[in-house]
Every structure is written in C-alpha cells, then in structure tokens.
Design a protein around this ligand. Structure first.
Ligand code: FAD
Ligand code: MG
Length: 575
C-alpha cells in the first residue's frame, strides 16, 4: 500500500493510468510493474499527444445535442454557458400558464455530463468576445458578488463550437423593451405566469371602473408565429378552464388579441392549417388582427399601423412580444471581426464551418448555413462529369456523377420532387425535347438549360430546435470520426480541388411541425406535406413531446404535470 502511495506522488503520478491498466489486465502484476517502471523517462511521457481542446459555447438544443453525442474520450471538451441547464423550449408556452412546471422542462447540464462519464468540464459564464486569430474566448461569470476582480477569464481552444442561440429582436420599436414580456427563456415564462395572475387580481380591486378593469384584462400577443399562437391558445384555455371560475366577477371582461403584421397567422404552415387556426380562434373569441404593424408601445397602449385604418391605439393590460429573433452581442462582435458585419447570423458552409475561421463551427439559431448553388459550379460539375473530355455528357457519365451531385446540392432532389421526376436525366430529356432517355448526349449549354431553375429550391433553414439538434448531432459525429477519416473520405468530390471532402455535408431532415391550438386541438404538418388536425393530433403532440424529453426524469415530470392538470386544473397562485 505504501508503495502505491509513493507511486502516486510527484514524478510517478502521470503513470497512474498505465499502472491501473496493467493491474487490471494482469491481475497480480502490479508490484512487478511498479518495481520495474516506477520512473518513466520524460520523452516517453511526451509521446502521448495532448488531446485537442473542443470548446462549446451554449447549453441549448445545439450545444447539448453536440455534448451528448461527441466522444468525450477523444477530446478535452469544455462547455461555457450562463445557464447550467438545458431547457426544452417547445414546452415554454405551457409553462406560461402553469400547465407544466418550469423545473419539469429543464435538465441540469452537470447531470448530462455525469451520465457521459464526467469527462466534460463546465463553467457557468457568458462568452463576451471570440478571438479567432489567437484561438481564445473571453468570458465573464456573474455567480456571487465576493469575487476578486470582475469575474473575467480567458479560455483557449483548438476547435470552437458556437451554439449561443439568438436573442429577442425588438426591431428597435420604442417601448417594446420596457413594457412587453418576452417568451424566450424559462424565466420569461415564469414572469408571464405571475403577470397573468397579477392582472386578474388587479382587475378585481374595488376602486376601479369597468373600463379600467377591461384594459387590465386585455392580453395582447404580438406576433402570429408558432410560439405567439401557442401562447394565445394556452392563455385562452387557462382563462376559460380555470380562471373564469375563480374570478367570476371579471370573467366577461377578458379579451385576448393577436397582432400580426402579415395577412395571416402561422404563415410557415400549410394553408389548411392557417385557415383552421384562424377559424378556431374566431370561434374561441380570440381577436385576430392581421395586417397590423406595432410601431410603439407605452405603459397602457399599443400603437399600430394598418393600411386601411391608419394609426390605432389599443389599450392593454399585458403584452407579450413574440415577433422575431436577432443576433446576440457576442455574435455581432464576432461577425464584425470576420467580415460578416452586415449579417443577422454567422454564415457557415454546409459542413457548419464558419467561413474564413480555422477550427470554428457555428450551429443552431446563431448561424445560417449557406447552401452552395448549382449554377455557381455548373462548369466544374460538367468538367468533372465529362470523364473522357469529349465536351459532351453521355448517359453513363451523367449517371456516374449523379450521387455526388445529389449529396452536394440537395436542392436538385427537391426540385425533381416538385416536378415529379425521378432523376436529372428526366429533367435533361424534358429540356431537350423528343429524345429517348438512353440516347441523351448533352453539351454544356444544354446541361445549363436543364438545371437552370434547380437553385430556386435553396432555402434558409428555419430557426428551430429540430435544426439545432440535428446540427449538434451531425457535428458530433464528424468530430468522432475526425481522426480516422483522412484516408476514408465519405463526402462528395471537391469542386475546384482534387480529391473528396472528408464528410458528407449537413443535410436537414424535416420531421414535421406542430401547432397546438388549445381546447385539446392541434395541427401538424408532417413529412410529405401530410396534414393532421384535431383532437387526435393533440394526442400525437403529447406522445411526441413526452418521447423527445432528454431524460426519464423530465419525461416523468412532464407527464405527471399533464395528468395533474387534467385532474385538478392549473394552479392560479401568484408565485
Ligand atoms: P438555444 O436553445 O437558445 O441555446 C443557446 C444557449 O447558449 C443557451 O444555453 C444560452 O444560455 C447560451 N448562451 C447565450 N449567450 C451565451 C454566451 N454569450 N456565451 C455562452 N453561452 C451563451 N423549435 C422547434 O423545433 N419546435 C418547437 O415547438 C419550438 N417551440 C418554441 C417555443 C418557444 C417559446 C421558443 C422561444 C422557441 C421554440 N422553438 C421551437 C425554437 C427553438 O427553441 C430554438 O430554435 C432552439 O432553442 C435553438 O437552439 P440553439 O441551441 O441554437 O439555442
Ligand atoms: Mg463526355
């Protein structure tokens, strides 16, 4: 035992892992090994290359999915985030009205790390600045107040994964920051819940006149996107199912309005869903004001502009701003540094690498992936396909090039789908006229004509948890294969350089999107543009969101919250 203790001291300490390895492999071989090799030579130690440092900024959808999937034994993984937990944002609207408790939708990041074997380091701090030249970031922590200095520290990295998400965008509309509630973080949802109850308590005070009570109970949701609509629906349920019974004297004064600049709500969904949602809101008495642009918010009124009605002032008691997201200050500063100053999110290539920065990746809401256009590369695509340098492409040459084209330019497959065609040959045949598919042989001009419109299918990816999680997962898989893939490249052929890309580019797979509309009704747009609306869709929503929870603990908590709500209703205490 003394021998073991002395081995663990001083110079012998680095050999501990070898010691344990030999001990476990050879049973009683510990003493012999210790006797023979108690002092390894310094050059032997230095032969083990230090692990590359991967620094992850953020513990949201993208950052957490990356952490859960990266092989943390291959890298020295460090995480920095001002939030020491992951939040399941799709259930935030349910938190605003007490359908689900805030703690049921969060998972401590240290628990996720522990489940991975505890190799990842976490620091609760905010990244203030990224220096891609020196490969370091400046951070600041605000935990506690009795720190020496200002809580700032610098962290170096070999690889940086930026996953800091986005912040609420008020578009600098006067008064929004001061008077509106936001729905972005768990704290925001808790504030909204307290404020809704406060409005009801205030409205019942004895000294108010009817007009003032009605103003206080006017809830305005600004933004008719999925989160705004879901919050309005939740609030309507909360009022009709729970609060109306508890505040009977003021229940008739409650009014919910949704203000939307566009002509319809839920514009990202299929028309049938938009129509259903609008009709349902009308039936429920939710006032939908589409074509209304908010231009100013004061403490008691919202000023809007409308083409036919001009400027209108809408008195309100509580307003929730759910009208868009924008870049965080750290991202704005970083984009200015790397020459992307006029953008709204960090531009990456299809491998999620930040353009012009070595070893920096950006994923989730803080990034936009720019899809390369076919027409930008058309000459090279043709040249690579034309293996015999004949200046024309035969059917065989086209077929040989197809897989690489589909992998590198997903818009081609999307375009073919819209035209209900099987492959590029159908497209070429359609543009060439009356030729048999097997006899096709085309020139560069004909190739250009056939593919002229495919880039119309290039679309920016939406800022959703689905995209962020898929990107985090994709990047982790690339990191896990980074060391062995040099000899086995799995990506498509490079366009202007020889060889192949090491990895396939990131490809987003849309798994569908839900719009809960209240009253146990929901709408869903599923892959293949399959639409499902009604009560059964709400049950599908329950099962999908229960399944998607990051742990059994949160799954159990969420399901028990739903059950509690079914049996006892929502709690209306103002805490
Ligand atoms: P986030 O999840 O926002 O995470 C960002 C992380 O970075 C956080 O941990 C944050 O603390 C940290 N961070 C911030 N600043 C710094 C800094 N300076 N340094 C270090 N770390 C920092 N999407 C769907 O697909 N389906 C839905 O149903 C859905 N519903 C939604 C409902 C609501 C109310 C909201 C607000 C969003 C919803 N979304 C939904 C969108 C989804 O939440 C986002 O697209 C997703 O969170 C983006 O993931 P992210 O990892 O990029 O950012
Ligand atoms: Mg040829």
């Amino acid at each position: 035992m003394r021998l073991l203790a002395s081995l663990l001291d001083g110079a012998a300490r680095p050999s501990f892992s070898k010691l344990v390895l030999v001990f476990s492999a050879s049973g009683g071989g510990l003493v012999a090994y210790a006797d023979a090799r108690s002092d390894p030579a310094p050059d032997e130690l230095s032969q083990v290359p230090p692990k590359k440092k991967v620094l992850v900024l953020g513990t949201g959808w993208a950052g957490t999915t990356f952490l859960r999937n990266v092989d943390s034994s291959m890298y020295d993984v460090q995480v920095i985030s001002p939030r020491n937990y992951f939040a399941f944002t799709p259930l935030l609207p349910s938190v605003t009205c007490g359908t689900v408790e805030p703690r049921s939708i969060v998972e401590p990041i240290r628990r996720i790390i522990k489940n991975k074997g505890g190799e990842i380091k976490f620091w609760e701090a905010e990244c203030l600045k990224i220096d891609p030249e020196k490969k370091q970031v400046l951070c600041q922590t605000d935990i506690g107040t009795n720190f020496e200095g200002n809580g700032e520290f610098v962290v170096n990295y070999d690889y940086l994964v930026i996953a800091v998400g986005a912040k609420v965008n008020t578009f600098n509309i006067p008064g929004v920051e001061q008077h509106c509630y936001f729905l972005k973080e768990v704290e925001d949802a808790q504030k909204i819940r307290r404020s809704v109850i406060n409005c009801f308590e205030k409205a019942t005070l004895p000294y108010l006149d009817e007009e003032e009570r009605a103003r206080i109970l006017h809830f305005v949701v600004i933004g008719g996107g999925p989160s705004g609509v879901e919050f309005a629906a939740e609030l309507h349920d909360f009022v009709t199912e729970d609060l109306a019974k508890l505040y009977p004297t003021v229940q008739n004064l409650v009014n919910i309005t949704v203000l939307e600049t566009a002509e319809h709500i839920l514009t990202m969904f299929d028309k049938r869903i938009t129509e259903f949602a609008e009709k349902k809101f009308q039936r429920d008495g939710i006032d939908l004001k589409t074509g209304f642009k908010v231009v100013k918010v004061s403490d008691k009124a919202i000023t809007t502009e409308n083409v036919s009605r001009g400027e209108t002032s809408i008195p309100y008691g509580m307003a929730v701003w759910s009208a868009g997201i924008g870049p965080r200050p750290v991202i704005l500063d970083f984009m200015r540094k790397i020459g992307q100053g006029n953008r709204r999110a960090v531009a990456t290539d299809e491998w999620l690498r930040v353009r012009g920065c070595d070893g920096v990746y950006a994923v989730g809401d803080c990034a936009t992936m720019s899809q390369r256009k076919v027409m930008e590369d058309i000459l090279e695509i043709f040249r690579l396909a034309d293996k015999d340098n004949s200046g024309t492409l035969t059917v065989k040459e086209i077929k040989d090039a197809l897989e690489d084209i589909y992998i590198r330019y997903p818009q081609v497959e999307l375009y073919l789908k819209t035209k209900q065609m099987k492959d590029i040959l159908d497209l070429i045949k359609a543009s060439k006229g009356d030729v048999k598919k097997e006899d096709v042989e085309i020139t560069i001009e004909e190739f250009k004509n056939a593919l002229a419109d495919v880039d119309s299918q290039v679309k920016n990816l939406p800022a959703t948890a689905q995209v962020a999680a898929q990107q985090g997962n994709y990047l982790a898989r690339c990191f896990n294969k980074m060391n062995d893939s040099e000899e086995k490249p799995e990506g498509p052929r490079r366009i202007r350089e020889p060889g192949r890309h090491r990895f396939r580019p990131f490809r987003y797979r849309h798994l569908g999107q839900f719009a809960p509309l209240g009253g146990e009704q929901a709408a869903a747009q599923l892959p293949g543009d399959w639409i499902s609306i009604g009560r059964s869709t709400q049950w599908l929503w329950y099962s999908v969101y229960a399944t998607k929870q990051v742990s059994w603990r949160t799954r159990a908590l969420v399901v028990s919250d739903w059950t509690r709500r079914f049996i006892f209703g929502r709690d209306s205490s103002g805490i």
